[in-house]
Design a protein around this ligand. Structure first.
Ligand code: CA
Ligand code: CA
Ligand code: CA
Ligand code: CA
Length: 490
């Protein structure tokens, strides 16, 4: 059996919004029916509005966005990819509308949906043996983007091939193999326990994003060295639309284990990647069997030459059981800020109460970054957020706490360029508290409430209609239903 094991290692790259006069916008809600674990947002017909592609096994359902109606409940198109393991992602291929690309064991195929009413036009664009398995016990397609924007009409396409190599394909009239990056990923042979014998599996850990803000996506790869260390390499994209094969950054993490989480982000917006490394303590709390939740957060600011220093520049502590640190530019001044959390459990009784009420209080501490001074050592602003976690079995906030459910600071729900607090704060609602200023922090009462009396699996934040205000997609649990809240302009 083959196994796809994919992850995206670095935190999102900040988008600096434009400050304008604002009020609480109104949101329209709609629902789409459909099964699937992943949803892709992309503009398939080129009308400037993101459409939704729901991925379920190898079945795709397409919901086109209408500027007044939002989304209709039923998909306008459904079709099935080839019955083989594949990676799928959207990319803009020489025109305004985006296409869906599918990579299988023998190359890349483009699906073009510009004619909404007929099935997509299909074209094989790259014929090349890749490391995607030819067959698996359970055949499915998963979302994994393998294209890099160049600032021009065509992206670069990346094809992982044998022996850990990554091919870079460039479009010049036709698709041509332009570059080869060696040692870009792990492809190892590992024993598969249930089925004696050996089968190949691979891990692909790479991230594509514009690190130095020149409009060209850069590439970071992460290779597990197999000795408890891993090596990150950053390749910047040149003005000729290819990668500089001399890495701009090489960093070996000597603590490659479950307790350590690494996030790469450009804190100062100077084009150099900085490192935030958090380590979860294995100390026990006073509740038997419950770890203490203490986490050490070490910030390494890159040197002038882009290198990561041996010793951390600043060290912080938090206690929220999460190796994940939300690094976002909360106040929109162009510098990333640090958000630290604490979940106080003072007693066994307190812990019991937390379990029975299905709610805990998360204390958020904001440390704003100031040029020349770094993150403030003292907390700039502190705020308690009640978090309702519902019937999630057990209690393990872990990385999911900040990521894709319960709480997020990745959205701007009034379009003022400042990030707002989105939190599942009671069993009926997901609430938004606007960030008013550094000093006064988030609103005391919710500015927006998105109704969600059902159990939910996760949410996704994205500006689907391009009005500069974040929209919200909520996946409901145990129902083939997604609820979508779309802003109606500023
Ligand atoms: Ca770049
Ligand atoms: Ca900031
Ligand atoms: Ca805002
Ligand atoms: Ca919007």
């Amino acid at each position: 059996m083959g196994r796809l094991n994919l992850c995206l290692p670095f935190a999102g790259i900040a988008f600096l919004g434009v400050s304008t006069v604002f009020a609480a916008p109104t949101f329209k809600s709609c629902e789409i029916d459909g099964q699937g674990s992943e949803i892709m947002c992309c503009d398939l017909n080129g009308n400037g509005l993101d459409d939704l592609v729901l991925l379920d096994g190898t079945d795709l359902s397409i919901y086109f966005q209408d500027s007044t109606q939002g989304f209709e409940r039923k998909p306008q198109q459904q079709f099935r990819l080839d019955g083989r393991p594949s990676l799928v992602w959207p990319a803009r291929m020489g025109k305004k509308a985006e296409s869906l690309l599918m990579m299988t064991s023998d190359g890349v195929t483009e699906f073009d949906f510009t004619n909404e009413t007929s099935p997509p036009a299909r074209q094989e664009i790259i014929r090349q043996k890749t490391i995607i398995p030819e067959a698996m016990d359970e055949t499915n397609a998963m979302y994994f983007p393998l294209s890099a924007k160049t600032g021009g009409d065509w992206p670069l396409l990346l094809a992982p091939v044998a022996d850990g190599g990554l091919q870079v394909w460039q479009h010049q009239d036709t698709w041509r193999l332009a570059q080869f990056i060696t040692n870009a990923m792990n492809a190892i042979v590992a024993p598969f326990i249930q089925n004696p014998g050996y089968s190949e599996w691979f891990t692909l850990s790479l991230s594509i994003g514009d690190v130095n803000h020149d409009g060209r996506d850069d590439l970071m790869v992460d290779v597990d060295n197999g000795d408890g260390t891993e090596t990150y390499r950053l390749y910047l994209q040149n003005t000729n639309g290819l990668f500089n094969l001399e890495p701009a950054l090489v960093y070996t993490n000597k603590d490659n284990n479950w307790r350590t989480t690494i996030a790469w982000t450009d804190i100062q917006g100077n084009g150099r990647l900085d490192l935030i490394k958090s380590t979860v303590s294995d100390e026990q709390s006073f509740v038997p069997g419950l770890p203490s939740g203490k986490v050490m957060v070490a910030v390494y600011m890159a040197n002038q030459d882009g290198r990561i220093p041996d010793a951390p520049t600043q060290v912080f502590r938090k206690s929220d059981w999460s190796g994940y640190v939300p690094v976002v530019d909360v106040d929109g001044d162009g510098f990333m800020d640090l958000v630290l959390g604490d979940i106080p459990i003072d007693s066994r009784e307190g812990f019991r109460k937390m379990i029975t009420e299905k709610k805990f209080n998360l204390s958020l501490r904001l440390h704003f970054f100031r040029p020349g001074a770094g993150f403030s050592n003292d907390t700039d602003y502190e705020r308690t957020a009640p978090v309702y976690y519902g019937s999630d079995l057990g209690w393990s906030p872990g990385d999911r706490l900040y990521f894709d459910k319960l709480l997020s600071l990745n959205g701007d729900f009034n379009g003022d360029g400042k990030k707002d607090l989105l939190v599942r704060d009671d069993k009926d609602n997901i609430s938004v508290y606007f960030l008013n200023s550094r000093e006064s922090g988030f609103s005391t009462r919710p500015d927006l409430e998105f109704p969600c009396p059902e159990q939910m699996d996760w949410w996704q934040i994205k500006d689907l209609n391009g009005d500069g205000i974040s929209d919200l997609i909520v996946k409901l649990r145990d129902q083939d239903l997604f609820r979508i809240f779309i802003s109606q302009g500023k």
